[in-house]
Design a protein around this ligand. Sequence first.
Ligand SMILES: [Zn+2]
Length: 300
Amino acid sequence: MRKKFLLLIFSFLICLSANSCKKNSFENETNKEVILASFTVLADIIENIAKDEFVVRSITKPGMEVHGYQPTPSDLIKASKAFVFIDNGFGFELWAEKFVSNLDLKRVTISDRLDPIFINEDFYKGKPNPHAWISPKRGMIYVDIIVESLSEIRPSKAELFRKNGKIYKSKISKLDKDFSIFINNLDKNNRYLVTCEGAFSYLTNDYGMKEAYLWPVNAESLITPKRMARTISLVRDQKVPSVFCESTVSNESQIIVAEETGANFGGDLFVDSLSEADGLANSYLNMLQHNLVLIKKGLS
Ligand SMILES: [Zn+2]
């Protein structure tokens, strides 16, 4: 306590001499409570809801594969400063259960309040697909869940969460409306989304599209001859104009599918991780925008 008091006095004297108390990051950091997210996409959504008054950190970094991540000792230090850990659930963070078991903080798991779509393939058959944030329609539900959960934990900030959430949702809603119009104008036979990971079930389900993929979940990104042959014949039979992969895995196999079928390789979509600050998907909104623009271009 005494140490903390001396530190505060010290930082006060420093900022007096620098005449920039407001910008003193030390003071800001010490005053703000920390919210910890499991991955960058979620951290960005939370940041938009809790901004200015809380510090939001992510366990996994931009560009990382999240499913099979192994937390490090520095992640535990990060977590010890937070009052709440927010994760996606539906089996997305295979490491989360063990990670939080020894921590003294609240936990909010988005999937506890979300309707699942189940995977219908191999080893994963009957398990919920974790990638719900990929659909703007579900993204808006994520905002509601986070606003609600944080308001329960910090009722004094409920109004701030509600206000920020409303503004943020209106931005996601614009992307939702724009994409809905595009799909509604697309021939029903031309609505196949062929990707590497089966991560787009929520998007295809919510917008009346059909989904095909090389493997169901990145944690087991096995490309077998059977899966390859199945995808190639579907792309040929359905005359799918473009096939896609995603940023955190190798796109080699999908490029082969494109070459074998004469389809166009439509590019890498962002799914499990945001990009670095200077990248194409440096926020959840930019990630959605990037994906929807690529899909529109590929299927037009
Ligand atoms: Zn994934």
